[in-house]
Design a binder for this molecule. Structure first.
Ligand code: GUN
Length: 291
């Protein structure tokens, strides 16, 4: 049986640390670290994510400031809001929930956020800092994956890590962090011929492709540690014949679990870690801004 890497347990440890740091921050500066979360439109998955982020922020002793804007919000309105949040001394972290409605330019909005308040770590300044190994606000999902990997494996130096997927949000920053931890890193993606053959060489496999249960046992080196970033809703015919909605990862858990050394479940793996790291980044940003 593989070790089940429990994101709920590990994220609770991270959040405990955030809560005591937030209390110390309040003592020192007389204000709580402030996180502004901006949601445009009605995307149901984004609404759930934003609700969870606000709940965790409040529980951790942060001040959360929620801005919900209608679907037909213009780029100018959103830019003005971001400019106001950039200038607001009570706001230390700004998160604009993605994806934005199609008429809005995500890249432009991300670049409009002050890099010091960019708790997602998506601003080009923070992306650049990460790529040269300088201190920066590190994207939350890959940061959470690294905490889990280091908890189960200790030092990652010399390990071969295979990242499946090359998104700006997960794949690319994940590869940068693994490289910084002295792994040899391979990125496989949709244009890689025979990706399984490369994936099978990984001591570590991180799946971030957004395709339900795509990674089967034939992608896994026996004894590898598997991190599943995917969150996919699928519909399946249930035992009584009706359709059931189910949350699955990018990894076929039942098939891979017997082969792996350790594996994250979905749900309860990477998801809670992402939110915990967002709170951690808000504290990092708040401390730097307050100095
Ligand atoms: N949508 C899905 N994941 C993320 C994330 O990490 N940050 C933001 N802002 N939006 C997302």
């Amino acid at each position: 049986m593989a070790i089940r890497i429990d994101g709920k347990v590990i994220s609770a440890q991270v959040l405990d640390g955030v809560a005591s740091d937030a209390a110390a921050f309040l003592d020192s500066y007389g204000i709580k670290p402030g996180l502004a979360v901006v949601l445009v439109g009605e995307d149901p998955a984004s609404q759930v994510y934003v609700r969870n982020k606000i709940a965790r922020a409040t529980e951790s002793g942060l001040n959360s400031i929620e801005h919900r804007l209608p679907m037909d919000t213009t780029q100018d309105t959103l830019n003005q809001l971001v400019a106001d949040l950039n200038a607001d001394p009570a706001v230390h972290g700004i998160l604009v929930q993605l994806p934005l409605p199609a008429h809005l330019d995500e890249e432009q909005i991300i670049a409009a956020i002050s890099p010091e308040k960019d708790v997602d770590g998506f601003h080009p300044v923070n992306v650049g800092a990460l790529s040269v190994g300088k201190e920066s606000l590190v994207p939350c999902t890959p940061q959470g994956c690294m905490i889990m990997l280091e908890q189960v494996l200790g030092d990652l130096s010399g390990k071969h890590a295979v990242v499946v997927g090359r998104s700006n949000i997960v794949g690319k920053p994940m590869a940068a962090l693994l490289l910084q931890a002295n792994c040899s890193v391979t990125i496989v993606h949709s244009r890689t011929p025979n990706p399984q053959a490369l994936a099978q060489q990984g001591d570590i496999l991180v799946a971030a492709v957004g395709r339900p249960e795509m990674i089967g046992a034939d992608w896994i080196k026996p004894g590898a540690t598997v991190i599943d970033v995917g969150i996919n809703v699928i519909e399946r015919v249930g035992p009584s014949g009706g359709t059931q909605r189910k949350l699955v990862g990018d990894v076929d858990y039942a098939a891979v679990e017997p082969v792996a050394y350790a594996i994250t479940p979905v749900p309860g793996g990477v998801g809670p870690m992402t939110i915990a790291c967002l709170m951690k980044n808000t504290l990092v940003a708040a401390r730097r801004l307050q100095q």
